[in-house]
Design a protein around this ligand. Structure first.
Ligand code: ATP
Ligand code: MG
Length: 892
């Protein structure tokens, strides 16, 4: 049975039982605690915590998941993918344990022609929370045991485990409860008897049923928490691994061999000529490739772009690991253009967004592979240097610090370093490398811990949020009188704040715009009865709750007090100008570059905007001025700017632009400029007509990551001020160069020409002077081991001249064995050695002598036997370098 069919069966089973079908959320979901959605329950979290009312009693979904922690498991275990699909059924105060167990049992064991998965009931094992692990469950989850027995699972296949295995919580205060996992026995050929407590590979976990029945007040670990009270409304959250069920039903050994993944393995095997199943190491690599290519495809489809931080970094790692694994399989050509389309074809059936985003996705992926190939090329050079210096020092090992630097700075994976070292006959100090890696990980962990300190704050926000959302009045009013709902200081709710305190203030309603959708927060003041505060920042840390970070400048602010919340009108107008200008930029780019152009991020504040978008190459200067032209023409055309609310589907049908990863409700706000000229889903503030923007000055355009470009612009008064400053600069230059502004280019060109001629003249004079001096230099020749040797420093004499002088001197030394060694240059010293035929016959090679001299200059070099050059960075070693040449000749 195909994976897509198993998915459909699951959803049908629960829809038939009255569940609302909820589509998968984007992998990039606005939950600040998560990098990616990693379980089916994530989009339902607010319903489980009680922050929002569930719009249905029961629901079912097939959720795209990415678990970055499982990346190292891929290919090694049979059951871990970085991307996988979790099917789930959810009950919000509706059915509980009995319903959950019966639904699951029926789906798993019902015959295939009756809509089930058709697993033999005798192969099913389950686990439950055992007795004696928690005071609230002295006998363990006896209720679950009875219910499993009732559907027909005998007691010997119900295994009791501890809190770590069979109790679920979110790691923070909130709901928790025991869970029960369903395992399928794959058969005695896969491991020993004894059920999942003995072997989790033979007994494969397919489904976890979570019974949320308690509210936790503190959570220190999975098995260490305080229970506040039983939940008044008990909930069900389950997760079934689609890929795991698929590989069992398809009779495969692991989840990389299912119909949705295996064709990528086949393609990779074809490209590399390595047969799948022939060699364990190769098999693991092929599985890594298939897994990572699919995960990268799904992440990019949901708007992630490769980068050096957070999500972008995970994606980059996945793409690079795929490319690198293919390299280790012997493929050095680009691989993604062959592999990615295979995965695309497999995933389209269940995910139409894969087709819709393909243009963007494949450009990004192929661009990233190209840039990684460049990294590999430059890393290879660094590696060669490290190998050469190891050999020079007669060492057989490359230092752990060098391997770490290659990894850290050049993104050069350690196994590649190991492989290349082995090819070069060298080992790598892996212990030291691992030590440095651990050190770095510890640093990262400490950082993460420091950031997590916010849980207490979350608690305070949750309390304030439970009294309702903060209505935003700022579309129409810049001044609102309102009571203070609460004050948070250092993460705790406080009753009052005094002058000098920086606190977070929550109001019953607000005219302040909280930073969102790229628009910076409003500035302004809060004031009342003898007290005043400066608003420093405005954020929405949890859905629906606006928090004003403010400095108390006067008087005492108390919770419950009435304040006048007053937005700085001039700054707000500037923000409106910049935000509307951002929409102009977006629409203009799409007009010029095509409808495949998408916003990849934006930021705007009074006087300034920046806008990121996908494009394979940079904008030419001509295109850049065209862009500025289109935007400013739209300003002059004085388009009307309107906003209205409408159903999401309707807005989509009208072609409204949406941001990736943004969670949109059923009803959205759409901002239009002259109707169809620009339509975007947007919650920001705007000017009423585009002419109010005044002027937009495009500052520049550049790259911010593979396939992503950024434009920056000044808006309104700032745009004008920058033009004015440029004009003043031009006029100063014209005065200094004694010409008219419009003749500046001509004048500068002429001056540069004169300068170049002067430089050439100086160089010629210098060479002439040197050549005039050759007699004195030639007279300084000494004998070294039977060679006539001139070894001299010529500070300040560079490349071509140094060479001319060296060759001239050689000619003057006649036919007997002669060597000339010169060190010239300045901060960057250069060394040249030339030999004549007799010297070479006697055994002297210029290349070898440079090889001896250059290390003293902190560099390297080599070359032919008759003439060779090198260089370095340390001019103080010049005498030592020359002495080294003399010694080498004398000793030969
Ligand atoms: P495991 O111990 O095998 O890693 P888990 O305890 O992490 O599993 P849950 O968090 O309970 O799993 O997730 C629910 C279900 O999702 C599991 O029963 C399993 O079928 C599936 N699942 C979890 N992680 C993965 C993964 N990395 N790849 C594929 N399926 C997974
Ligand atoms: Mg796991």
């Amino acid at each position: 049975m195909k994976t897509a069919e198993i998915r459909r069966r699951f959803l049908d089973h629960f829809v038939r039982a009255g569940h609302t079908l909820v589509p998968s959320a984007s992998l990039v979901y606005n939950d600040p605690t998560l990098l990616f959605v990693n379980a089916g329950m994530v989009p339902f979290k607010p319903y489980f915590t009680g922050a929002e009312d569930a719009p249905y009693d029961t629901a079912t979904s097939c959720q795209k998941c990415v678990r970055t922690l499982d990346i190292e498991e891929v290919g090694k275990t049979t059951r871990h993918g970085t991307f996988f699909q979790m099917n789930g059924n959810f009950s919000f105060g509706d059915y509980f344990k009995e319903g959950a167990i019966q639904h699951a049992w029926q789906l798993v064991t019902n015959p295939v022609d009756a809509g089930g998965f058709g697993f033999d009931g005798d192969r099913v094992w389950v686990t439950v929370l055992g007795p004696g692990h928690h005071p609230d469950f002295p006998d363990g989850d006896a209720e679950a045991v009875e219910l499993w027995k009732a559907v027909g699972v005998p007691d010997e296949r119900i295994q009791r485990r501890n809190l770590k295995d069979n109790y679920w919580n979110m790691g923070v205060p909130g709901p928790g409860g025991p869970c029960s996992e369903i395992y399928i026995d794959r058969g005695s050929e896969f491991g020993p008897d004894g059920g999942p407590v003995v072997d989790e590979d033979r007994f494969l976990e397919i489904w976890n049923l979570v019974f949320m029945q308690q509210e936790l007040s503190a959570v220190r670990a999975k098995d260490d928490f305080d229970v506040l009270r039983p939940l008044p409304k008990k909930n069900i959250d389950t997760g079934m691994g689609l890929e795991r069920v698929a590989y069992l039903m398809q009779g495969r050994d692991n989840l990389y061999e299912i119909d949705q993944v295996f064709p990528v393995i086949e393609k990779a095997s074809e490209l590399s000529g390595r047969r799948y199943g022939a060699n364990h190491d190769d098999d693991v690599r092929l599985r890594v490739v298939a897994d990572h290519v699919r995960s990268a495809l799904m992440l990019m489809t949901d708007g992630v772009t490769p980068g050096n931080e957070a999500r972008g970094y995970v994606l980059r790692r996945l793409l690079r690991r795929s490319v690198r694994s293919m390299r280790l399989l012997g493929v050095h050509d680009p691989v993604l253009p062959d592999l990615l389309p295979v995965s695309k074809a497999l995933m389209e059936e269940s995910y139409p967004e894969v087709t819709a985003q393909w243009e963007r996705v494949h450009q990004l992926a192929y661009g990233e592979e190209e840039s990684f190939r460049r990294t590999l090329a430059s890393g290879t050079q660094i590696f060669d240097l490290a190998a050469a210096s190891a050999r020079r020092a007669h060492a057989t090992t490359i230092g752990g610090d060098q391997a770490f630097q290659l990894h850290d700075t050049y993104g050069f994976p350690i196994d590649l370093t190991l492989e290349m070292a082995a090819e070069a006959g060298l080992a790598v100090d892996q212990a030291e490398f691992r030590r440095l890696m651990t050190e770095q990980k510890e640093r990262a962990k400490a950082d993460a811990r420091a950031k997590k300190g916010g849980t207490a704050t979350t608690e305070a926000y949750r309390t304030l949020r439970s009294a309702g959302e903060t209505p935003f009045r700022g579309f129409t009013d810049l001044a609102v009188e309102t009571p203070v709902r609460g004050i948070v200081k250092d993460g705790e709710l406080v009753a009052s704040a005094r002058p000098g305190d920086v606190v977070e203030v929550v109001l019953e309603e607000t005219p302040f715009y909280a930073e969102a959708g790229g628009q910076d927060a409003d500035a302004g003041t809060l004031s009342g009865d003898g007290m005043a505060l400066d608003v420093l920042d405005v954020q929405r840390p949890v859905q629906g709750l606006v928090v004003h970070k403010a400095l108390v400048t006067e008087g005492e602010l108390g919770a419950g007090a009435r304040v006048l919340a007053l937005v700085d009108g001039a700054a707000r107008f500037g923000a409106c100008q910049a935000h509307t200008a951002t929409h102009l930029m977006n629409a203009a780019l799409r007009q010029l570059l095509g409808q495949g152009t998408h916003q990849a991020g934006s930021y705007n504040k009074p006087g300034y905007l920046r806008f990121d978008f996908n494009a394979p190459t940079g904008l030419s200067p001509a295109l850049r001025s065209e862009l500025e032209g289109v935007v400013n023409a739209a300003v002059r055309d004085d388009f009307e700017v309107t906003a209205r609310e409408l159903p999401l589907a309707e807005a989509r049908a009208l072609g409204a632009q949406a941001m990736f990863g943004e969670k949109y409700g059923a009803v959205v706000r759409m901002v239009e400029l002259a109707g169809p000229w620009s339509r975007e889903l947007c919650g920001g503030t705007h000017v009423a007509r585009t002419a109010q923007i005044g002027l937009v000055n495009l500052l520049g355009e550049g790259s911010v990551g593979s396939g992503i470009r950024r434009v920056e612009a000044l808006v309104s008064q700032d745009a004008f001020a920058s033009f004015a400053a440029e004009r003043a600069l031009v006029s100063t230059l014209a005065d200094t160069l004694k010409t008219q502004p419009d003749r500046l280019p001509e004048r500068v060109e002429k001056l540069l020409g004169e300068l170049k001629a002067a430089h050439k003249q100086i160089a010629d004079l210098k060479t002439a002077a040197l050549l005039g001096n050759l007699g004195e230099l030639a007279a300084s020749a000494v004998d070294a081991g039977g060679y006539r040797l001139i070894a001299r420093r010529l500070p300040g004499v560079g490349g071509a001249e140094l060479r001319t002088v060296a060759l001239e001197l050689r000619d003057r030394l006649g036919e007997s064995p002669a060597v000339v060694a010169l060190v010239g240059g300045d901060a960057k010293p250069a060394v040249i050695v030339v030999t004549n035929a007799a010297a070479r016959e006697r055994g002297a090679g210029a290349g070898a002598l440079v090889g001896v001299a250059a290390p003293h200059l902190g560099g390297r070099g080599g070359g032919r036997d008759d003439i060779a050059q090198g260089g370095g960075t340390d001019p103080t070693g010049a005498d030592a370098a020359l002495e080294a040449v003399r010694t080498a000749l004398a000793g030969s």
